[in-house]
Design a binder for this molecule. Structure first.
Ligand code: NOJ
Length: 764
């Protein structure tokens, strides 16, 4: 009987699969017929018009140029899409211009930088990644996509999947950190979240994977700077997250500003055609970053006509803001620098995106103002924002179990970010209203009972440096310099601290001290805040640091003087509530840092999966003629994957199903993890693999799995990972993805440094 059901189920599912493939085929056939017919009616100018993406201004412009005469251009069929238009009514009006005013009534696509939430703002992506919870991250993208689509948008410039190993680079805040494996999982989760199963559904949006490629490897951490790396490193560590996003079905890709191998990404045929189209089979469209085609003039690639032709030849479909395509492609066509087929292919890809989004069916699909009223900034989204923020915090230190705080006694809440709304959202929150943020002071007041007395003092400016303040304040006041002198602020803070049982200092960077065009050469706390901490530490009271920043800061001294450190990145709208929840133990922190914390800037780039070298340092004590420094240890202050909990976990009995696997067999690796502390808590169990001998040098270890588990007090669980030969693979000198038989070291642990290992010998 059971067998019969299984057979029937088998038949049904195969049948269903065939039906699905047929459907997908007929869908794409229908799309082809539709687009063919439309393109037959289009003039060359109209085809080139589709390749033009404009920003009418009014929102946040991230380059020097904003577009002019947008209305006229839309009516003339010279525009394919707009971004930076926020609000369902404005979008509807712009869509009406295209649909009623242009000859062929082709709808526009509307995009925006929805990076960590739309109007409801979630933690910055670096923070979200520290949850290691890809289901939650997918949900955050789903909610952001739902909210954005309710407000008229159909296209989001996210996910940003650039691997970054240099925290001087301000945009490290926008990605998932230093690791390729985790970064790839996050990339795919976000694409699934935005796009759902059906791009034409009213509550899904098209994702745009960026910044392709290698943007996070800018030399010296200076934004837009040159990148240069070997193909092996590129394929092994930098390209996989973009590929993972493409494999997850991302509808579009954004080219990056930087050059790769001497050719700016937007003219780079190897990236745009050989890898993206031929190797990865990407079917969507590629848009440049903001004026990236024009910027190739400064790169030294030629005049606007030349660089626009180079971009089209390389495989770029849409030109963001620069209008090089619009103004020069026709001429290049007559000069035979580009072909009609290239223009038509690009135009087709953009029309197909509009088709997939259902815009030809109904151009106002995403323009339902009743939906906007109901869904934008709804209470449930704020609740999710609180949950996401709590999960993104990383507890770096907690001496004497100072945290969680008792719900009694007097707390001195001190610091320039303690009662501050302007900085809670972090970078790239272009649609988020900072004034809707919950401050830490309010968050604490919201949850403490009458037994806690809370005292507040600002204590310091984020920075006293007026020139820095001016740079951080380009989008509004983030660094406000108090009328009182720095000493007066400190004096008040010390008096406040002396009247309390414990100090909670909320300190760090202003939100615009990270993000685009916000690189720093010194990533320590600004001097004003160091002075404050010096004075506070002299009081002898327990000192809890709550650190907000868009990057790991260098904190060697702070980590000595602080009793506890909670790294909260930029938590978004619900900052104060989430921080209060964690400080008082309503939520037990479970985040693990996805980026190594350097001890000083000289260690950068510092990342866990470095190579061994021929003279590796064993341990962390200096030795002559070893690869090390005279003035600092090799190890980071806090390693990749590190994060404490209010409880403790032990790892025992790490074992594999066989020590002698053969061929393509899959094996399991298991560890017994026990909650040995006083609270229930979540733990991110991490699997690393080392390949000590191979035909090319390998990193000392690479993450190959992780599982987030919940354990009650005293509870143990066996956590099992399946390992296949896919997990052993690497790119060899021929750029083939291979595994080679021999010894492998399987490691399971609580962070990249603290692991237990088993050796095995895997033969062919
Ligand atoms: C420049 C940024 O690099 C990119 O991330 C963003 O999507 C565009 N500007 C559009 O705002």
């Amino acid at each position: 009987m059971i067998k019969k059901i299984l057979i029937v189920a088998g038949i049904i599912s195969t049948h269903f699969l065939h039906a699905q493939t047929r459907d997908a085929k007929s869908d794409s056939y229908r799309m082809k017929v539709y687009v063919d017919a439309l393109m037959k009616k289009m003039t060359l100018d109209e085809k080139i018009g589709q390749l033009n993406l404009l920003n009418p201004g009014g929102g946040v412009a991230t380059g020097a140029v904003v577009s002019s005469n947008v209305e006229t251009k839309i009516k003339a069929g010279n525009v394919g899409g707009l971004f930076g238009v926020i609000g369902v009514d404005k979008i509807r009006r712009a869509q009406e211009l295209a649909v009623n005013g242009s000859r062929l009534h082709i709808p526009l696509i509307f995009g925006s930088d929805v990076i960590h939430g739309y109007k409801t703002t979630f933690p910055i992506p670096l923070g979200l990644s520290c949850s290691w919870d890809t289901v939650m991250i997918e949900r955050s993208a789903r909610i952001a996509g739902t909210e954005a689509s309710a407000d008229g948008l159909s296209w989001v410039f996210s996910p940003m999947v650039d691997i970054a190993r240099d925290p001087r680079w301000g945009r490290i805040a926008e990605g998932a950190g230093e690791d390729t494996y985790l970064g790839s999982k996050v990339a795919a989760a976000m694409v699934r979240g935005y796009q759902g199963n059906d791009l034409s559904a009213k509550n899904t949006v098209m994702a745009c994977v960026k910044h392709y490629a290698l943007y996070g490897a800018a030399e010296a951490g200076r934004d837009y700077n040159t990148t240069d790396m070997s193909r092996i490193k590129m394929y092994e560590y930098y390209l996989p997250p973009y590929k993972a996003a493409v494999d997850a079905g991302a509808g579009s890709v954004m080219s990056s500003f930087n050059e790769v191998d001497g050719i700016p990404a937007s003219a780079n045929k190897f990236l745009m055609t050989d890898v993206l189209r031929k190797q990865w089979d990407f079917k969507g469209f590629v848009v440049t970053d903001y004026t990236a085609i024009n910027e190739m003039i400064e790169h030294g690639m030629g005049d606007l006509k030349t660089v626009s032709a180079l971009a089209l030849n390389a495989g770029i479909d849409m030109d963001m803001v620069g209008e090089g395509f619009l103004t020069t492609l026709k001429k290049s066509l007559t000069e035979k620098k580009v072909t009609l087929q290239q223009i038509e292919t690009a135009c087709r890809r953009i029309l197909e995106a509009k088709y997939k989004l259902g815009l030809f069916d109904d151009p106002y699909r995403y323009c339902d103002s009743s939906r906007a009223r109901k869904e934008v900034l709804s209470i449930d989204k704020r609740q999710s924002a609180r949950e996401f923020a709590e999960h993104s915090f990383v507890l770096l230190k907690n001496n004497n179990q100072t945290l969680p705080l008792k719900k009694s006694g007097t707390i001195a809440l001190i610091g320039p970010l303690a009662n501050n709304k302007n900085n809670m959202l972090g970078t790239w929150a272009v649609s988020g209203d900072a004034q809707l943020s919950i401050t830490v002071l309010d968050g604490i007041k919201n949850i403490i009972g009458s037994d806690v007395n809370i005292l507040y003092a600002k204590g310091a400016n984020i920075s006293d440096d007026t020139s820095l303040a001016k740079k951080a304040n380009v989008f509004g006041e983030k660094v406000d310099i108090d009328n009182r002198s720095p000493q007066e602020l400190i004096n008040e803070a010390v008096i406040t601290a002396n009247n309390a049982d414990v100090i909670v200092a909320v300190i760090g960077e202003a939100s615009e001290m990270s993000g685009e065009s916000a690189s720093r050469s010194d990533i320590g706390l600004p001097t004003s805040q160091k002075e404050l901490l010096k004075a506070l530490s002299k009081t002898g009271k327990p000192l809890v640091l709550v650190i907000m920043s868009g990057r790991p800061l260098t904190l060697p001294w702070e980590s000595e003087i602080a009793t506890s450190i909670l790294q909260v990145w930029f938590p978004g709208h619900e900052a104060g509530n989430a921080i209060a929840d964690v400080l008082f133990g309503n939520y037990n922190p479970s985040g693990k840092t996805t980026i190594s914390f350097p001890r000083n800037v000289g260690q950068i780039p510092i990342y866990y999966n470095h190579k061994n070298t021929g003279r590796p340092l064993k341990g962390d004590v200096w030795q002559k003629f070893r690869s090390d420094y005279l003035d600092v240890a090799n190890s980071p202050l806090y390693p990749f994957g590190f994060g404490l909990s209010y409880t403790t976990f032990s790892y025992e009995d790490v074992r594999v199903s066989t020590n002698n696997p053969k061929g393509n067999q899959s094996i399991t690796a298991t560890a017994k993890v026990t909650n040995t502390g006083k609270y229930a808590g979540e733990e991110v169990v991490q699997l690393y693999i080392s390949d000590p001998v191979a035909s090319v040098t390998r990193s000392v270890k690479d993450l190959r799995g992780f599982k987030k588990i919940m354990l009650q007090r005293g509870e143990s669980k066996d956590v099992t990972f399946t390992i296949t030969t896919e997990d052993l693979k690497f790119y060899n000198t021929g750029l083939h993805h291979v595994w080679e038989p021999g010894e492998f070291i399987i490691q399971i642990g609580t962070n990249s440094q603290d692991v237990k290992s088993v050796k095995l010998n895997w033969t062919k």
